[in-house]
Design a protein. Sequence first.
Length: 301
Amino acid sequence: MPIFYDIITIKKYSKFGSAYSMQLDHIEYRKLKGIKEFQACEDLQLKVWGFSERELFPARHLLTAQQNGGLVLGAFNNLNDLVGYSYAFLGSSQGKYYLYSHMLGLLEEYKYKNIGYNLKLLQRKIALERNLNLIKWTFDPLEGVNANLNLHKLGVIITEYYVDYYGEFSGINYGLPTDRFLVEWNLNSTIVLDKLNKKIEASSPLTEYCLITKISQRENGFLELIDINMNCIQKKILVEIPPSIQEIKSIDFELAMDWRIKLRNIFTDYLSKGYIVIDFCSSTSGEERKSFYLLEQVFSP
């Protein structure tokens, strides 16, 4: 059964097609249905985030949300097992309605296969069909994989930084303050359409931007942020982050906390000075890969 896929509209044309489903690379993406599928979401939350029972979103909550304006999407393998899901609900601010995407999680063995990306594309399609042009969510500024998906592949922008947003958490979020970026995904903006259609022109060399972070390598191999330029006046600036905060946290918690506090100081300061985060960039030298946030000043305070 042939399936034709358009990256912007996520249309699936087939004899048994659905407006809210698609299939790519043996993974089916669709809205969840039935209590058993929502119970599978509970199991997935435990595996992905290591939540305690009090932190879980219960199956009945997700089912009820789905039937009353929320949006719970799943990614299913060829055995019809749930391997990833997203959960969003209707939000509003200053009279404007949008979709707030609260959760997106994948089983470890299904990461780096564009599954999260495809879930977001289906989420976008359904939001537009509901006449919603904006989706918001949060993510940890220290998680480079999420930054690459959100900024470099989807085309979001970041204008706000929340300090210890969720308070104390268990599982993979345990220990560090839960600082978060607030993401705005303007679904029909030029940059989003260009990103999704792969029309973004080659970016300028990173050396053309002001790198405000100075990094050194500790004896244990981990990167340490040793100096920050808090007075850069260039229009575009770069902020480097470590390749794996989870690995640092598991071995050198003090260093992980140091990264959290220093990045907090950087982003709260520069965002207050009219900068927004517009992209996530990488450079490679030999086997060494470095990752940077790209900020641009859009107004002067």
